[in-house]
Design a protein. Structure first.
Length: 518
């Protein structure tokens, strides 16, 4: 950040007070991009989607995250300019990198990843993949289309080559658009979205911002060392050997956030309910159809839920009822989960609710596939089953121009041997406890086809809790408490104080008398 304000050569620049980065400067180009309907739309997209229904602190939006990524992108280029003048970077490069960071999330739909990974695939499965009724959708591709539409719709003064450069920076492309200028500066494509090893400023910001909003802790993840101890060597962003552990810690923090927060059981239940509601309302509201053009897509936000709830048409009655059920916290029930051992990760195929419904019934319950949700997900270090640090180059203080790799065994023996895990979960749309038990039975019957040893049911499952309660109740025996039979006493004793024959009285009587000290 400049020490002089305002900046004479950039009169449109503004200062913003960001909760993560403090006061940040936003250059004039980014201000002109921000002051558009397409970018302001990000105020209406929760950064963590449905998790706001679980964590009250998860109220931040993609608007402020995009500001943070923009700031870190420009800051990275400015630091390279100062520390490595031989790179011949310019202020124009910094402005374009800031713009790419600002616009990288323009293509997200309602509730972010819910729209991309749940809603659109289910639409495609129902209507046919690749059909005109189910167009292919990826938020990165939509971001590129939104950039073009934004520039044209708001008459922003941006050259076509610069716009193309921004688009490529968003997706981390390495292809040439300006001849040798891009070929010799491939490292610029590793700043916003790093396809080489997944270390990028997008990740720096969302991890720090999510942890601050969820836990109120600013230093749980501190990326400052990673941004200070890096330099460009042979067209690649490399890191000092002293931050090796920090890099592993970043990927571990990301894994833990996915494990404990981003894939929270209740959050996923809300996600499935909102997805179902949008599917029920799709034909009436044209949700899927809006992805075909940026002009329509710009109006898709999290407020789609309010549009459904405020509707009066009979065709949306089921969608309204489902959202009312969600508001009343009558969520889809988590039934069970299975963390697959490494030897089974590739052996057990992805299966459907229809396949579970055909398993052996329990207590005569016939399962309806519509009652079952199967969630099959993988958690990793952001590089599938590989170690992303294997693709990170390091340098030492003794030679700032030589890069090398460091095997994880030379850093610590406590790093994971496996870098990916697969978890299968099942949920129930039906509220019946008998259906819950039948779904769990079907799930475990299916898994036993591949493994004879299964862990106990998840303690978080209501089915598990119900079985524990039933076990405790059945193990309790009814015991008739008998009163002791007192010996018969003579009438002369009836007039005496009953306390005289108590054990306490006997002990007092047998105790030696205390002497008066006075």
């Amino acid at each position: 950040m400049t020490s002089v304000w305002p900046v004479a050569d950039d009169p449109r620049a503004k200062l913003f007070n960001d909760q993560v980065h403090g006061y940040i400067k936003v250059n004039g180009l980014c201000v002109s991009l921000m002051d558009t309907p397409q970018f302001q739309r990000l105020r209406d997209l929760k950064q963590l989607g449905t998790l706001y229904y679980v964590f009250p602190g998860a109220s931040h939006n993609r608007f402020e995250h995009s500001l943070g990524v923009s700031f870190l992108s420009g800051q990275t280029v400015e630091r390279f300019r100062q520390q490595q003048p031989e790179l011949e970077l310019t202020q124009r490069d910094a402005r374009l990198l800031s713009a790419a960071g600002l616009l990288h999330d323009l293509g997200h739909g309602p509730f972010s990843h819910v729209f991309e990974h749940e809603f659109m695939p289910r639409v495609a499965a129902a209507r046919g993949y690749g059909s005109s009724d189910a167009p292919a959708y990826h938020h990165e591709d939509m971001s590129l289309r939104m950039v073009e539409y934004m520039v044209d719709d708001n008459n922003i003064d941006l050259e076509k080559d610069d716009m193309r450069f921004i688009q490529q920076l968003i997706v981390g492309a390495k292809e040439t658009h300006m001849g040798s200028r891009v070929d010799s500066r491939g490292y610029l494509y590793e700043i916003v979205a790093n396809g080489r090893n997944c270390i990028d400023v997008d990740k720096f910001d969302y991890l720090a911002r999510d942890m601050l909003n969820l836990f109120g802790l600013r230093k749980v993840f501190d990326f400052s060392r990673l941004t200070m101890f890096n330099r460009v060597i042979d067209n690649e962003i490399c890191y000092h050997t002293s931050v090796n552990l920090d890099i592993y810690d970043m990927f571990q923090q990301r894994y833990q956030m996915h494990k404990q927060i981003y894939n929270h059981r209740k959050g996923k239940a809300v996600e499935f309910m909102i997805c179902d509601a949008m599917l029920l309302a799709d034909k009436e509201l044209g949700i899927c159809a809006a992805t075909q053009t940026p002009q329509e897509f710009q109006f898709l936000t999290d407020h789609i839920v309010h549009s459904i709830e405020a509707s009066k048409t009979d065709s949306l009655a089921d969608a309204r009822a489902l959202l009312k059920r969600m508001r009343r916290r009558e969520l889809y029930e988590f039934i069970d989960e299975y963390l697959l051992p490494p030897d089974l990760m590739s052996r057990i195929p992805r299966f459907t609710a229809e396949e579970l419904a055909t398993q052996t019934s329990l207590d005569g319950v016939t399962l309806d596939p519509e009652d079952i949700i199967v969630s099959d997900g993988r958690l990793n270090y952001n590089f599938k089953d590989r170690n992303p640090v294997d693709n990170v180059s390091f340098y030492a203080s003794s030679d700032l121009n030589s890069k090398f790799h460091i095997p994880k065994e030379e850093v610590s023996l406590l790093f994971p041997e496996k870098f990916e895990e697969r978890i299968i979960r099942v949920y129930s749309r039906n509220k019946s406890l008998k259906v819950h038990a039948a779904i769990q039975h079907a799930f475990r019957t299916y898994i036993r086809q591949f493994s004879t040893t299964l862990p106990p049911p998840s303690p978080s499952s209501k089915v598990f809790g119900q079985k524990i309660t039933e076990h405790v109740l059945s193990s309790k025996k009814k015991v008739v408490r008998k009163l002791p039979v007192l010996p018969e006493t003579s009438s002369e004793h009836d007039t005496k104080d009953s306390s005289s024959t108590s054990p306490a009285s006997k002990r007092l009587k047998s105790a030696p008398e205390s002497k008066d000290t006075q």
